[in-house]
Design a protein around this ligand. Structure first.
Ligand code: KG4
Ligand code: ZN
Length: 377
């Protein structure tokens, strides 16, 4: 079964063709980073306009690369939420119109369910090329950590040989304020490192010493599996405001906005003092420690030995390293998607749709986009 997946929940217009729930025939992602960069964050109205421009060519390219004609696709899967409503509507209405005009089955997929399935998708592809790769199993604890979300789930899969697999999701905890990726992006903006902040901070933090800028543990009242990153962002602000680090950030901003400022990594690093690099390392270490410790606590509490980590922040090299160390020390297995499958993409949407389609689920004309669409709450 070949499924055309469409994803447009935030600032990437994406389409993919995935066969039998795992074989990626194509995966196209048109990023809008250049459009939003000068604003230091996603501007919803501009995002919707970009999706409108890109949706048709991105879908065409996905079909071309997959060497599949639209009429030969067996079903269409679209992200229905959560996300920016104007952005979601572009992909959803496009997918719905295709399905109606071609008489193909349509399913609406939760974006967070897509991220969870990106790990399985990666694992199935890895195992296909190397049978020694361990199976990413169930039940597990999944951390979805991105620019819009920081959530912990318990994921189960009911396997009955005579029926399609049925996945169920239980929300264990989530951020009460900023998402982890949002905190990276805000710190990146504060220190004039460009947008998005996450990938740049990841690279620059390697040159800093976290112990020289310790920001402390994040304490939570109530559910210990909830997260909060806004205090950490404020702690960074206090270390910068009115100090030499602020003047230095202003210099970087002027350089980046000027004719020579293409904001490459070497240029940025040359304009960062050791104090700034240490602060970035301290900030990143605090986020990583918090994410790893709460996820491990959830795994212990739920008696699971398998952890999935998905979403854009799953690209972070320190997070991957810390999870791998913790996995060894705690006798659990940790699975990540590749960086391309970690950030928003449509292959994960098509993959997540597979079990829904096998179970006979079909969206009717009433399918609509939802800005807020909790999974397993
Ligand atoms: O999953 P994604 O593409 O979009 C959302 O659903 O939000 O995630 C984008 C987020 C951004 O906040 C970006 O800064 C962060 O993922 N990110 C990273 C890294 N790469 C992307 N954060 C930390 N380290 C990275 N290497
Ligand atoms: Zn996402």
């Amino acid at each position: 079964m070949r499924v055309l997946g469409i994803e447009s929940s935030c600032d990437e217009t994406a389409a993919a063709v995935v066969e039998d729930g795992w074989r990626i025939l194509s995966s196209i992602v048109a990023s809008q980073i250049p459009v939003h960069q000068k604003f230091g964050g996603v501007v919803p109205e501009l995002a919707s306009r970009e999706h409108l421009k890109k949706i048709a060519p991105v879908v065409e390219e996905a079909l071309r690369q997959a060497k599949v004609r639209l009429e030969k696709v067996e079903a269409i899967a679209v992200t229905a939420g959560p996300g920016l409503i104007g952005s979601l509507l572009v992909g959803l209405v496009y997918g719905k119109a295709l399905a109606l005009s071609l008489g193909k089955p349509l399913v609406g997929i939760n974006h967070l369910e897509g991220h969870i399935h990106s790990v399985l998708l990666q694992n199935k592809n890895d195992r296909q090329s190397d049978g020694n790769v361990p199976v990413a199993g169930f039940p597990n604890v999944t951390l979805v950590v991105s620019g819009g979300h920081t959530c912990l789930y318990r994921v189960e899969c009911a396997e009955d040989p005579s029926a399609p697999p049925r996945f169920s999701y239980k929300l264990l905890g989530q951020t009460r304020d900023d998402a982890a990726g949002e905190a990276f992006d805000k710190v990146g903006k504060l220190l004039a490192l460009g947008y998005p902040g996450g990938p740049v901070i990841d690279r620059l933090a390697r040159y800093g010493v976290a112990q020289r800028a310790e920001l402390g543990r994040i304490r939570m009242r109530g559910n210990p599996l909830d997260f909060s990153f806004s205090g950490l962002k404020t702690a960074v602000l206090y270390r910068v405001r009115g100090t030499a680090l602020q003047a230095e950030a202003e210099d970087r901003r002027t350089w980046r906005d000027g004719p020579d400022g293409n904001a490459n990594l070497d240029g940025l690093r040359a304009r960062c003092s050791q104090g700034a690099l240490d602060l970035l390392a301290g900030f990143q270490a605090a986020v990583v420690t918090d994410l790893v410790e709460r996820t491990l606590a959830a795994a212990r509490g739920g008696h699971v030995s398998s952890i999935f980590v998905a979403g854009g922040v799953a690209c972070n090299s320190a997070l991957r390293e810390r999870f791998s160390q913790a996995a060894q020390a705690n006798n659990v297995q940790v699975f990540f998607p590749s960086p391309r499958l970690s950030t928003d993409n449509a292959a994960m949407i098509a993959a997540a749709a597979y079990s829904h389609l096998l179970a006979g689920e079909r969206a009717g004309p009433e399918l609509t986009a939802r800005a807020s669409a909790p999974l397993g709450a």
